[in-house]
Design a protein around this ligand. Structure first.
Ligand SMILES: [Zn+2]
Length: 465
């Protein structure tokens, strides 16, 4: 048994009273955030002035930078600046302060280099109507109330758009525990998202079905959602073309509408709704694909795509973000187990996935597209527009993406030895460019396990035994 964190998200159908309550709480959250930010800015300015007078150390004004400090400061002033505070749950204010504290931490971590990735700026005020409405509860009596309602402190019972059967069943028989609930508004629609700790039976190793499925390479494409090494192509969501036509129509109408008019406001709301709908459909489609992959194979191999970089490339941006490559990888990462570097101990630790399968991420520079899956010949001049891979060396003619997928699967066939959870050397050995098939890669091998080439389709568990 292993405890995993999971989110269950449902759309809400609030009545007018409920809607007013939701709006009031989102407003309270924003109010606390903006108050806190103003307080921090004032304290920083005060400090700067004091420093210019030569003050230092304890004599300087303290800046409420952390959540406890912000909460303390808020509690001393709330009666004066927000005498109406009791109309809302205190959790709403707390949520705003927590968002601010997180923003401040991300800012300072980014500046000192503790946080990787894009630079994070100093938090900005939440403009009414511009900022995303959201708040959360972590304490109090909240949760599903029957199958179709959710109970939110100070707001009351709010109707849920679809039945919550899966969640209520888990909570009902004690397999899951509620940790918090976030409420947010996207494209005019309110959603609740329950964070739940779920007790899961994590399989020790691949099932018989997964063992039979063996290794599968997954090439995340632009034309297709994914192309598998079996040659199967997972199409992009069907609704996409139709939805895009509708989107184009609405955005054209929006561009022509009069700024500030009520028609324009309505069109903006329509646009947001359509975008949100497409995103939901895509997420559902991805879940189907990733669950199927994780349930039917013992190892799934994907490339390490630099998604943020690809989105910056204009010609690829639309396709990449539409297809949701980053999302596909994110889902595979928790449905399959994988090796992760623990920054504290600086060692590789194995994080098991839900379905007992293993995820192998090929190195970013592994030339899966440029290498012939038949003989290992490399075509250095392959471009994105070459949809077919033709090999002058062995005569193989194959779909470009399928060729890449086969190479990805091969990578593990060559390097995957015995039990994935003990053959950790194999996992680190992916940065070398694809060697021709006849040359063996030197990998660390567990004593007594099978040799390369004998592992395809076999259960690692079975071999170890
Ligand atoms: Zn070839």
């Amino acid at each position: 048994m292993k405890t995993t964190l999971q989110a269950y998200r449902f759309a809400l159908d609030p009545n007018n009273v409920g809607r007013a309550g939701l709006r009031r709480h989102a407003g309270a959250c924003r109010f606390a955030f903006d108050w806190g930010l103003a307080r921090v800015k004032a304290a920083l300015a005060q400090r700067e002035a004091e420093e210019s007078y030569g003050l230092a150390g304890d004599l300087l004004t303290a800046v409420p930078w952390t959540l406890p400090a912000l909460r303390l400061a808020w509690n001393t002033v709330k009666n004066d600046i927000a005498p109406w505070w009791a109309e809302c749950s205190k959790e709403a204010f707390s949520a705003g302060l927590a968002q601010l504290a997180a923003g401040l931490k991300n800012f300072s971590d980014s500046r000192t280099g503790r946080r990787k990735g894009r630079k994070v700026g100093f938090p900005r005020f939440k403009k009414r109507g511009k900022a995303r409405d959201s708040f959360r509860y972590t304490t109090g009596s909240y949760g599903p109330d029957g199958d179709r309602h959710v109970k939110l402190p100070r707001i009351g019972r709010v109707k849920v758009h679809e039945p919550m059967g899966a969640l209520t069943a888990l909570l009902g028989d004690g397999r899951a525990r509620l940790l918090g609930v976030a409420v947010s508004r996207t494209a005019g629609r309110w959603f609740v998202s329950f964070t739940v700790a779920v007790e899961r039976e994590i399989p020790d190793g691949p099932s018989a079905r997964q063992a039979t499925g063996g290794v599968i390479g997954v090439d995340l494409g632009v034309k297709h959602l994914a192309v598998l090494s079996t040659g199967e192509k997972v199409p992009n969501p069907k609704h996409a073309a139709w939805a895009e036509k509708k989107l184009r129509k609405t955005s054209r109408a929006y561009a022509r509408s009069q700024p500030g008019s009520s028609g324009r406001r309505k069109l903006a709301a329509d646009l947001a709704k359509q975008h949100a709908h497409t995103a939901n459909q895509r997420r559902d489609g991805l879940h189907k694909v990733t669950t199927e992959l994780a349930r039917t194979h013992h190892t799934v191999v994907i490339e390490d795509l630099h998604v943020a970089g690809m989105v910056r490339n204009h010609s690829l941006a639309k396709a990449v973000s539409e297809v949701g490559m980053g999302e596909l990888r994110r889902q595979l990462e928790y449905k399959c187990g994988r090796w992760v570097r623990d920054p504290k101990t600086r060692t590789q630790v194995y994080v098991p996935g839900w379905h007992g399968a293993h995820l192998h991420v090929a190195d970013r520079w592994y030339p899966s597209s440029k290498t012939c899956s038949g003989c290992g010949w490399r075509n250095p001049s392959l471009t994105l527009s070459d949809r077919t891979f033709s090999c002058p060396s062995c005569g193989l003619v194959i779909d470009r993406d399928e060729n890449a997928a086969v190479n990805l699967a091969r990578l593990v066939d060559r390097e995957y030895i015995g039990d994935v959870k003990t053959a950790r050397g194999a996992d680190r050995k992916t940065n070398a460019p694809a060697p021709p098939a006849r040359r063996r890669v030197a990998v660390k091998r567990e004593p007594g396990t099978a040799k390369t080439g004998q592992t395809r389709g076999a259960s690692p568990k079975g071999e170890a035994a």
